[in-house]
Design a protein around this ligand. Structure first.
Ligand code: SF4
Length: 287
């Protein structure tokens, strides 16, 4: 496992090189996905100059550190990054985020209300953006370490508060992944949603999340047998003719859910005050 980490001296070199390049406020510039794809949005970064890239000893959180993943049927690991453009490079880690989901984002829910937790998520994001190669290998090492000590499946969610191709990056390393690992995620990118068999042979279940801007895509996804997540102020039994099950029951429910169901999520935190249409209200649901 130790072989996947850079020696400390090389890390320091990277740190110096990186700190020369980044860490500026970027206001109103056109943002790009980390792989260079430009999505044509223009947003400002919320990261201050003094938040620097540094490697971190532990990237993944155990499922029992979050109220919802703690209810999972499986042992779990989850990765929290800073969503959207909250990084020194202004890179958008949620390319299909809507105004409603950004303002209701779970980034600041639960333990995310604490400044030190948010800071750690930003630091992790800087690490990812400045040294993706080492970051991904460290993730792989942490997953395998836990998987070897887990009886049954280990559920791994890498986009706890982001929407990037982290799982594909892990697989692309060609590194061994323990056979009891199963990946899952939520996404707002229609092409990413579905149940996949990865090149490594592992299962990857991705639920399409509804926002106020992608409802037509979500309905199409459900019609084709996919699973979708919808935030409601009150859980209905059906939404647009599709059965709604309680998606708050546990976070890994999508790994066991039947085809064509809606994981209904109750609006929490800032989402309770949503006026954008991100939260489906009872009135809209009955219409
Ligand atoms: S896409 Fe998800 S993680 Fe990103 S801002 Fe929206 S709710 Fe937050």
């Amino acid at each position: 496992m130790g072989g996947v980490f850079l020696p400390y001296s090389q890390f320091v070199t990277l740190l110096v090189l990186s700190s020369n390049r980044a860490n500026r406020w970027r206001v109103g510039r056109s943002v790009s996905y980390f792989d260079g794809t430009n999505f044509g949005h223009t947003y400002s970064s919320n990261l201050c100059n003094n938040e620097r890239f540094k490697p971190m000893k532990k990237l993944l959180s155990n499922g029992n550190t979050n109220a919802k993943t703690a209810k999972n049927l499986r042992e779990s690991l989850i990765l929290y990054l800073a969503p959207f453009t909250q990084n020194s490079k202004g890179i958008n880690l949620c390319p299909k985020a809507s105004a409603g989901c950004i303002s209701a984002c779970l980034f600041t829910a639960g333990r995310g209300v604490f400044a030190n937790v948010q800071k750690a998520r930003r630091e992790r994001t800087e690490y990812f953006l400045h040294d993706r190669h080492t970051f991904i290998r460290q993730i792989m090492a942490e997953i395998n370490h836990k998987a070897k000590r887990t009886q049954g499946e280990l559920a791994v969610r890498l986009n706890g508060t982001s929407d990037v191709k982290l799982v594909q990056m892990c697989v692309a390393t060609g590194m061994h992944i323990e056979p009891n690992v199963v990946f899952y995620d939520y996404t707002k990118i229609p092409q990413k949603a579905g149940t996949w068999q990865l090149d490594s042979g592992h299962r990857y279940v991705v639920t399409l999340s509804r926002s106020e801007t992608n409802e037509a895509d979500v309905i199409k996804h459900l019609q084709s047998g996919g699973i979708a997540a919808v935030v409601f102020n009150e859980l209905p039994t059906h939404w647009n003719g599709f059965p709604v099950i309680d998606g708050d029951e546990r976070d890994d429910l999508m790994l066991d859910a039947p085809k064509g169901v809606v994981l209904g999520l109750k609006a929490k935190g800032k989402a309770r005050k949503d006026a954008s249409g991100f939260v489906v209200t009872k009135v809209a649901n009955q219409a």
